[in-house]
Design a protein around this ligand. Structure first.
Ligand SMILES: Cc1cc2nc3c(=O)[nH]c(=O)nc-3n(C[C@H](O)[C@H](O)[C@H](O)COP(=O)(O)OP(=O)(O)OC[C@H]3O[C@@H](n4cnc5c(N)ncnc54)[C@H](O)[C@@H]3O)c2cc1C
Length: 460
């Protein structure tokens, strides 16, 4: 512990009571309630100092906490701004939200589960899995909820990180920023957006208390989240206008339910899941390899075109949703129910971006206008510039967001930043490949924990 001074409000006796205590007998004061008032005094403030502070308790923060505990580190803490763990899987709870990577791979290597109800888990199951892992490895005592990091500045002289949080000041010799790569909803700058008269929300902040039944709905975007929630809301909406700026490549999702006997088989023979995990990993690595050798992605291309042919009867619609770029240049999406939803009578697929909002009217790039009750933004996340950059200052006293303003951020192995010593990013810039984010985070955390050992040995 190190000491600083802080102002504290203390109760002091009102002057009139003090005088009375000194001048009157005990008999006369017995029945008189004492008056108190507040006074500001300077007191030593306990600044809590740790070897390592992890910021964020999503999959990366949980994995970091687990790994540090496993190698025997005690002096660390996880600061989480929300009230529970889970990150992405806590915040994204739109209808149909789920994982595009089979759970055998989208789970921690140290915590395989035989309880998945499907090959591809949905959001509620992933969230409870993450909570179970925290409980199973007794990590909850290490996590401080409702502790939002406001700023992280390196005191180079003292070689210590000073972290201002919503609950006070912390200090740490090393910091792991596991604040998420896909966290902050991104809203496009659309003319007239402030004047929209209806309801609107982003898919990552779904308004569950807003009933979509019988409503005229505009969905903006056809990315990973939109293609999951469109089939869910289509049966409710009176009218559904889907604004598609870029058609994504969509592959069939080879999902299936895992019944009780499959689960008990997996529990009895964990090798089954390990084998499935390895196979999925190899397939995804194959896709990554194919990105550099596009001819190898031909079978994937064929599968995607077959899905378009099989599921879309209308030629004009098929043409409108056929991507105009090579497969693999943008994230591949997986769905069996997206194209069928687009063909329903109440749905209009508009191969146009939204350019303006006028009162309750949304206006497409080709000038078409639709009056709607609600806009749902499926416009993704701020991924180009990690939001944590707004809150971290490097050794030169420069804010990372200011350094990144005119360029893409770079980090060694997506983890270590120039001039930001004794600090690490998990799932930092340029790590996006076709793989489980959990696997990537775990690999980075292994590197980070090795780094922590080095810092501990060399720390002056
Ligand atoms: C809808 C959706 C579907 C996805 N599907 C897949 C998929 O199929 N396969 C795949 O591999 N990946 C998928 N991803 C990517 C996913 O983001 C990652 O897999 C993973 O959730 C990242 O975990 P994380 O812990 O690094 O970040 P997050 O899950 O974002 O967690 C970050 C945590 O940090 C906290 N935090 C942030 N700022 C602060 C602060 N200033 N102070 C304190 N706490 C803070 C947040 O509250 C949060 O709890 C998906 C993402 C989304 C949004």
């Amino acid at each position: 512990m190190e000491t600083q001074l802080e102002i504290e409000q203390v109760d002091v006796q009102a002057p009139s009571d003090q005088m009375r205590d000194q001048t009157t007998t005990s008999k006369s004061t017995e029945a008189q309630p004492k008056q108190t008032r507040k006074k500001a005094v300077l007191r030593p403030k306990a600044v809590q100092t740790y070897d390592t502070i992890v910021v964020g308790a999503g999959i990366s923060g949980i994995a970091a906490a687990y790994k540090m505990k496993q190698v025997g580190y005690q002096d660390y803490l996880v600061l989480e701004k929300a009230e529970r763990v889970g990150g992405t899987w806590r915040d994204n709870n739109y209808p149909g939200c789920g994982c595009d990577v089979p759970s055998a791979l989208y789970s921690f290597s140290f915590a395989p589960s035989h309880q998945w109800s499907h090959l591809f888990a949905k959001q509620p199951e992933i969230l409870s899995y993450l909570e179970r892992v925290v409980e199973q490895f007794e990590l909850q005592d290490k996590i401080c909820f409702q502790h939002e990091l406001l700023s992280a500045k390196l005191n180079e002289e003292a070689n210590i990180w000073q972290l201002e949080t919503s609950q006070g000041t912390y200090q740490a010799r090393t910091v792991i920023f596991s604040t998420g790569p896909i966290t902050e909803p991104s809203l496009p700058k659309i003319k007239g957006i402030e004047g929209f008269k209806g309801e609107m929300f982003h898919s990552a902040r779904w308004k569950h208390d807003y009933d979509l039944t019988g409503k005229r709905v505009a969905v903006i975007g056809t990315g990973a989240s939109a293609i999951q929630f469109i089939p869910q809301i289509q049966p409710l909406a009176k009218e559904l206008i889907v604004f598609q700026r870029t058609a994504p490549w969509v592959l069939p999702k080879a999902d299936m339910q895992l019944n009780a006997s499959v689960k008990s088989l997996v529990a009895k023979f964990p090798m089954i899941q390990q084998g499935w995990r390895n196979s999925v990993s190899s397939i995804l690595n194959g896709i990554n390899f194919g990105l550099r050798h596009p001819s190898l992605l031909e079978p994937v291309n064929f599968l995607s075109r077959q899905l378009l042919k099989l599921q879309i009867q209308d030629d004009a619609l098929r043409k409108a949703v056929t991507p105009n770029f090579s497969i693999g240049c943008k994230r591949l999406l997986f769905a069996n129910n997206y194209y069928p939803a687009l063909q329903q009578d109440n749905v209009t697929l508009l191969p146009q971006g939204l350019v303006e909002i006028d009162g309750q009217t949304v206006i497409a790039a080709n000038g078409e206008r639709f009056e709607v009750d609600v806009i749902i933004w499926g416009t993704g996340f701020e991924v180009a510039h990690p939001p944590i950059g707004q809150r971290v200052w490097n050794a030169q006293g420069e804010r990372l967001a200011d350094l990144w303003k005119d360029s893409s951020p770079e980090a060694y192995l997506g983890t270590s930043l120039e001039n930001v010593p004794n600090a690490f990013l998990v799932l930092g810039p340029n790590i996006l490949v076709y793989d489980s984010f959990i696997g990537i985070a775990e690999a980075q955390i292994q590197y980070i924990v090795d780094g922590l050992g080095f810092v501990a040995q060399t720390y002056l």
